[in-house]
Ligand binder design. Structure first.
Ligand code: SMO
Length: 727
């Protein structure tokens, strides 16, 4: 940790101006007065923009992922009415951020509140078999309903944008902390009516994203427009409060399900209804959480009859987008709550019940009832490993001991299956004149160490030292058009693209080396320095090959290799988690005793980076389970607009945890890798919440929604105690 990273806010080009937004203080309504004159008249305001100035420009974009989806993109600034709390209504550019803030506050804004109520924008269903008949045949029908809190993705670095119009070249340069620079470039070009060639997006060091920086924000485009209009560099950095108010949130869905179970524990039928909030407009990936929550059910379990429906509706708060896990935590928590509730009903060990219903290792890859193909995975192996490695029976004895002492203690198990790494990614490899090998990836780094993993993957595939490699990423001018870092896809897909490019590059390099050495291509082998003939008589270093290639005058003499790699299918990561919890009966304070987690991320590239990803996800999963919640009052006002009110986990909150890798290689990509970044947010909350329900079951409490705070638990305990007294 050296403090030497350069984030967007650290960039301060000469003459840089600052932009601030005037935002809606209402969760919806009609703009009855917008008076920007105080700012326009001020000598300090270099530019003032309102909805009128941007009306003719484009809007943000929405991925039409779900058939029949009704897209609600955002205008750059509110037009006539505000769509949600925090929506930007006007922008002012000044010499410095404090002046810009004062000027933004000087703008007169009156809104007649009008909260339209939820309006459905998408709906999707998956169906197989005959659910009503199977439910009728089932010995038990278990019902579970889960309400997810709305969460803040909470990257350490808030949103920011810096833009500069290069008048001489007629190019717009935009520095954005983004997960998807190429998509941002295309969006900006379309919105601002420029050709994509005229836009360059650069993501410098990014201080975490977690889905919150996956889609272009209207603010980003306003900053770019201001740069074009002023001819000066213009920067905006969101305050933490601004991010709470107007950056995309995550989760917030309600999942209700019925599971039909036979007396011997076999799952027969699953019936699910999920409803998700969208906020006031839809970011690019707005449909993803609802769609993922539906399509990955029933997760690791074989269930012959399923009916799954998810829908999402516009609401009056900040837009909801993907957040670490994006629908998978919702599907997983639902299934794992159902399985535990079923185990309680039929009085069976929840671990045995899981073993009875999971897909067998030998039957995978295969299709789920929802029509998705689960990658090679070993669910029974994960459960057995959990039993062994976690010492499940020892943990259970400990819980029993605490219960015998009259304490509230519980143990929760969760199993998850997590599709990740779908679609394509790009990579380009070239040899520069010095003999260095440039590896450009369409994927980007958000601080999770992509550069390191990419270098390792390239060095392995090229058979050369990492010192020879230079990894280029996050700059649309220097990397081939790509997707970016999201959906746990960077290693499985982005990494495989590098492998594919490396194979082609090596073939071309071998041919060129053979020509240069006047040898047969097949007589050459690679070593760390370059190429050498099998007899050892002739050799050509990468430096010499670079000279030969560049002397020819043709760019790299054809060595430059650019590929798009498309995965065969989705890599499904999976895992099993056990958590123990004790609860203080007087205060409701829950304490996680320990977590043991067996994770299958497929072939592991870098164990240190993997551990970082898993631990980070564990922390955010813990926050979701126990602490985090964005709260709005009935008028739609945000009550948790700062870190004083929105509780994120801190180092001291981390429970003792053990993470064990147990890899089954993916069959879906060249590396055999699966995703890892989101796993912690998927498996950890389900295990903790199951442990809390296990602890509270003896007290008669059967439903606690996340975050399972002391207050929520205490209130539920009190309600049960009153019920007991009434009897
Ligand atoms: S929630 Mo992620 O950045 O796909």
């Amino acid at each position: 940790m050296r403090g030497q990273a350069t984030f967007v806010d650290d960039l301060a080009p000469p003459g840089c101006l600052f932009l601030c937004f005037t935002r809606s203080a209402h969760a919806g309504g009609v703009i009855t007065r917008l008076d920007a004159e105080p700012a326009r008249r001020s000598a300090d305001a270099i530019l003032t923009l309102t909805g009128a100035e941007v009306a003719a420009l484009g809007r943000t974009s929405v991925n039409p992922l779900v058939p029949g989806l009704c897209a609600h993109p955002a205008p750059l600034l509110a037009q006539d009415r505000v769509l949600c709390l925090g929506q930007p209504v006007a922008a002012v550019v000044a010499q410095d951020r404090w002046t810009a803030m004062d000027l933004a506050e000087s703008i007169g804004l009156e809104i007649t509140p009008d909260l339209p109520g939820p309006r459905e924008a998408l709906r999707q269903s998956w169906s197989q078999g005959d659910v009503p008949a199977a439910m009728a045949r089932a010995d038990h029908v278990i019902a579970v309903s889960v309400q997810h809190a709305l969460l803040a993705p909470m990257a350490l670095e808030p949103r920011a944008a810096l833009a500069h119009w290069d008048e001489a070249r007629q190019v717009l340069n935009v520095w954005l902390p983004t997960q998807t620079p190429h998509r941002a470039r295309l969006d900006l070009a379309r919105i601002l009516r420029l050709s994509p060639d005229q836009v360059r997006v650069i993501a410098p060091h990014v201080g975490g994203s977690f889905g919150g920086k996956a889609s272009l924000y209207p603010e980003d485009a306003v900053v770019a427009l201001a740069a074009i209009r002023t001819g000066r560099p213009v920067k905006w950095t969101a305050t933490r409060s601004e991010d709470f108010l107007s950056a995309t949130a995550g989760r917030g869905g309600r999942m209700s399900a019925r599971l039909g179970v036979m007396a011997d524990g076999m799952f027969m039928a699953l019936d699910v209804e999920g409803t998700f909030p969208l906020g006031g407009w839809m970011p690019f990936s707005g449909a993803v959480p609802a769609r993922n929550a539906g399509r990955i059910l029933p997760g690791p379990y074989r269930i012959p009859h399923v009916d799954i429906t998810v829908s999402a509706a516009l609401t009056g708060h900040a837009p909801v987008g993907i957040y670490r896990g994006a629908g998978r935590p919702e599907a997983t928590l639902l299934m794992e709550r159902l399985v535990d509730a079923a185990a309680r009903t039929i009085n069976m060990d929840p671990v045995v019940l899981r073993l009875r219903n999971v897909h067998a290792r030998t039957s995978l890859p295969s299709a789920t009832a929802a029509g998705e193909i689960i990658d090679a995975s070993d669910f029974p192996g994960l459960i057995r490993a959990l039993r062994r490695r976690a010492g499940l029976s020892r943990l259970r004895r400990e819980v029993a001991r605490l219960r015998a002492l009259g304490r509230l203690a519980g143990l929760g198990v969760a199993l998850y299956a997590e599709p990740c790494g779908q679609g394509w990614e790009s990579a380009a490899i070239s040899l520069d004149p010095s003999g260095a090998i440039l590896v450009a990836t369409g994927s980007t780094s958000q601080g999770q160490g992509r550069e390191t993993a990419a270098a390792q993957i390239a060095a392995g595939a090229l058979g050369c030292a990492e010192a020879r490699l230079r990894v280029v990423h996050g700059d649309t001018a220097l990397t081939p058009e790509g997707i970016g870092a999201l959906a746990s896809r960077s290693t499985p897909i982005g990494g495989s693209a590098i492998v594919k490019a490396a194979r082609i590059f090596l073939r071309k390099a071998r041919a060129l080396a053979a020509t240069t050495l006047q040898a047969e291509p097949r007589s050459l082998v690679r070593n760390a320095a370059g190429w050498v003939s099998r007899t050892g008589a002739a050799s050509l270093s990468w430096e010499a090959l670079a000279k030969a290639a560049h002397a020819s005058g043709v760019r790299n003499r054809g060595l430059m290799t650019e590929v798009r790699y498309e995965a065969k299918g989705e890599a499904w990561a999976s895992g099993a988690v056990v958590a123990t919890v004790s609860i203080d009966a007087d205060t409701g304070v829950p304490t996680v005793g320990q977590i043991v987690w067996i994770d299958d991320a497929g072939v592991v590239i870098n164990p240190v980076l993997l551990k970082g990803q898993l631990l980070g996800g564990l922390a955010q999963g813990l926050g979701e389970a126990l602490m985090e919640r964005l709260v709005h009052d009935p008028d739609g006002q945000l009550l948790t607009g700062s870190l004083m009110d929105y509780r994120v986990p801190r180092a001291a909150d981390m429970p003792p945890s053990r993470i064990v890798s147990r890899s089954v290689p993916s069959r879906m990509n060249l590396l055999g890798a699966k995703g890892a970044g989101e796993a912690g947010c998927i498996g950890i909350p389900a295990a903790i919440v199951n442990a809390i329900h296990d602890a509270l079951a003896p007290a008669g409490v059967s439903r606690i929604d996340m975050p399972c705070t002391a207050q929520t638990i205490w209130t539920a305990l009190q309600a049960q105690a009153r019920k007991g007294e009434a009897r």
